[in-house]
Design a protein around this ligand. Structure first.
Ligand SMILES: *Cc1c(COP(=O)(O)O)cnc(C)c1O
Length: 355
């Protein structure tokens, strides 16, 4: 039996989108491939509110995180972390020999504009990484206020991880001044895992030109230049299957209407939060609670593993807490094509199991 997924990636994929993954192959050096990739770019630009070049990478989101911090850090990166995925940026920097400092917030608290200002005012950093939506703690950072601060430092490249929020909440990449905005297919976009997507600004490209060892596969400047030269094709063979499905799913997303889609996500988040406050407690401060997933503090001391086992028998799956938050918290994702009706059905089952 297929369990309905309420985990923060991979998400359930609509049957018609899954079917598009099975589209017969085309050559990746054909006009059709160029057309496909150009169409995806134009649609992704709408979803991301940007007119910057879109890059696709046949990797998961982590691949483009690695590409960004390695390709565009000239001096030193300031990594702001509010959980496991924020920390990942720092691990990536270390593994690549990229100088970086980690600025962690207390568990459940956001990255504040003051923290960012304090770090950048030292003049030590020329790249900053921020997690928009931290999938471990369920925090959505105050990106508007953070972006205002970063604008005071025009030499700093602003990279933003929107892996679990893009297409589930409004993120106006150009207005915020984000230089590299990263997402991947298996979360709020509602596709199978395996493709990552980012926007890239001229500033980020200029920075990359000053970095001698950008790696090979994930060299963002090389990807950009190839696209310019070869009309939206890629240096190596991309996952065309994902591209067929993404092109199709983006039509669906734009047909739903971006504002409608964001509202649907918000309503699901609000419903889950009020349920969580009635039965347990929210893990993050409520004003920073994510619109795409809810992290709940296990105040009843239930066995989350057992809860999930029982839910499994009933055809549902949620997520335990991430890393050290396992059993202390649990997570309910409400993203991609999930509806309020689906969510209500899940929460009713949980109520029944824990009563
Ligand atoms: C899932 C996730 C990642 C990692 O993305 P992959 O596509 O699994 O590599 C990074 N950041 C956040 C916030 C995520 O939710």
């Amino acid at each position: 039996m297929h369990k309905k997924l309420f985990i923060p990636g991979p998400v359930d994929v609509a049957p018609d989108v899954l079917e598009k993954m099975g589209t017969p192959m085309i050559g990746h050096r054909t006009k059709e491939a160029s057309d496909l990739q150009r169409n995806i770019t134009q649609k992704m630009q709408k979803v991301m509110y940007t007119d910057k070049q879109i890059l696709l990478s046949t990797s998961s989101g982590t691949g483009l995180m690695e590409g960004a911090i390695r390709s565009c850090t000239r001096k030193r990166a300031a990594v702001f972390s509010v959980g496991a995925f924020g920390k990942r940026w720092h691990e990536i920097a270390e593994a690549n020999g990229v100088p970086a400092d980690l600025f962690e917030s207390e568990m459940g608290k956001p990255t504040t504009p003051e923290m960012v200002d304090e770090a950048l005012s030292t003049g030590k950093y020329d790249l900053v990484t921020v997690t928009h939506n931290e999938t471990s703690t369920g925090i959505m950072n105050p990106v508007e206020a953070i972006a205002e601060v970063i604008k005071k430092y025009p030499d700093v490249v602003f990279t933003l991880d929107t892996v679990s929020s893009m297409a589930g909440t409004k993120i106006e990449v150009d207005r915020l001044g984000v230089d590299i905005c990263i997402t991947s297919t298996q979360k709020a976009l509602g596709l199978p895992p395996g493709l990552a997507i980012c926007s890239i600004s001229e500033k980020a490209l200029e920075a990359a030109k000053e970095v001698p060892n950008r790696g090979y596969y994930l060299d963002l400047l090389a990807l950009y230049e190839y696209i310019q030269k070869k009309d939206h094709q890629y240096p190596s063979t991309p996952s065309l299957s994902h591209m067929f499905a993404l092109d199709y799913q983006l039509d669906h997303i734009l047909e739903e209407g971006l504002e409608n889609r964001f509202q649907r996500h918000l309503k699901m988040a609000q419903y889950t939060r009020s349920w969580a406050k009635e039965q347990f407690e929210l893990f993050p401060e409520e004003q920073y609670a994510s619109n795409t997933l809810t992290t709940i503090r296990n105040t009843k001391g239930i066995s989350v593993a057992d809860l999930n086992k029982e839910l499994g028998k009933r055809g549902y799956s949620i997520s335990n807490g991430y890393g050290s938050l396992k059993e202390k918290t649990f997570r309910i994702a409400h993203m991609a094509e999930t509806t309020l009706k689906d969510l209500k059905a899940l929460l009713k089952e949980i109520d029944d199991i824990i009563k």
